[in-house]
Design a protein around this ligand. Structure first.
Ligand SMILES: NC(=O)c1ccc[n+]([C@@H]2O[C@H](COP(=O)([O-])OP(=O)(O)OC[C@H]3O[C@@H](n4cnc5c(N)ncnc54)[C@H](OP(=O)(O)O)[C@@H]3O)[C@@H](O)[C@H]2O)c1
Length: 241
């Protein structure tokens, strides 16, 4: 029986990829604080456990799983485990990401670096969406949030970081296509930029604290049924494509 319109947030199950540190960790913390049943995914099981232990020390309970988004087998195992243990999944946060081109230009970028970036930032989210959408369709409910970046905006391509920019633009395209295909199923798919955040990726000069980076993800994860679908947001406001 579809239970989307009557479900309380307490009963929702969420998977967050790359949940062991940075923005993903903060999203896990804040989702769990709203009563969501959070599955913290990390490619290294020990890191996943350490992160869950850190939250437990704050009185926040999450479960954790090994999940390497670049491995089809790991994605399959993780989603099968969720189906077995929870029987459902309402929220997917595709947060895991890499930024491999601190140097390099579009003219010189090493193709291997582009491929490795695409594996994590684009093919990973695609694999996971393909694994969880059938479950969400059965439920008649789903919220998928893809962590893109302002650097993905085609209207603002100022050069540099070519692999990262192209990967996030491709992720945005996937968001749009999937959102259109799933229109009317109760599943909403959106992309977002968390701002420039003080994480390992963002570096110490970033302007946003980690605690302030999760708000838009939490908002998109809890959209009402008539919420936006196929959008791109920062601070809950639309961003140009
Ligand atoms: N920080 C910013 O300013 C900023 C701005 C715009 C967008 N974003 C996006 O926000 C997301 C989170 O960024 P962040 O700043 O928190 O980055 P971060 O501190 O570098 O953390 C990245 C996370 O992704 C995980 N990860 C990388 N490859 C993975 C894989 N193959 N499978 C599973 N997990 C993997 C990392 O796990 P390990 O610990 O195992 O490496 C880590 O947990 C990314 O998608 C990023 O592109 C960040």
């Amino acid at each position: 029986m579809p239970y989307h319109s009557t479900m309380t947030s307490e009963s929702r199950v969420a998977l967050v990829t790359g949940g062991n540190r940075g923005i993903g960790f903060e999203i896990c913390r804040q989702l769990a604080q709203t009563g969501v049943d959070v599955l913290l995914g990390a490619r290294d099981l020990n890191k996943a456990k350490d992160a869950a232990d850190l939250l437990a020390a704050e009185g926040i309970s999450v479960t954790y799983r090994a999940l390497d988004v670049t491995s089809a087998e790991s994605v399959k195992d993780a989603v099968a485990g969720i189906e077995r243990d929870k029987g459902r999944l309402e929220i997917l946060i595709n947060n895991a990401g890499v930024f491999l081109d601190k140097d390099g230009t579009a003219e010189t970028i090493d193709l291997d670096r582009v491929r490795r970036t695409m594996e994590t930032n684009v093919y990973g989210p695609i694999l996971i969406c393909q694994a969880v959408v059938p479950m969400m369709k059965k439920q008649g409910y789903g919220r998928i949030v893809n962590l893109a970046s302002e650097l993905a905006s085609l209207t603002d391509m100022e050069g540099l970081y070519p692999a990262y920019r192209m990967s996030k633009t491709a992720l945005n395209a996937y968001t749009r296509v999937l959102a259109q295909e799933l229109s009317g199923t109760g599943i909403l798919v959106n992309s977002m930029c968390p701002g420039w955040v003080k994480t390992e990726m963002g570096g110490p000069n970033a302007i946003r604290e980690i605690e302030d980076s999760a708000d838009t993800a939490i908002w998109l994860a809890s959209l009402p049924d008539d919420g936006p679908n196929g959008g791109f947001f920062k601070d809950r406001e639309p961003l140009p494509w």
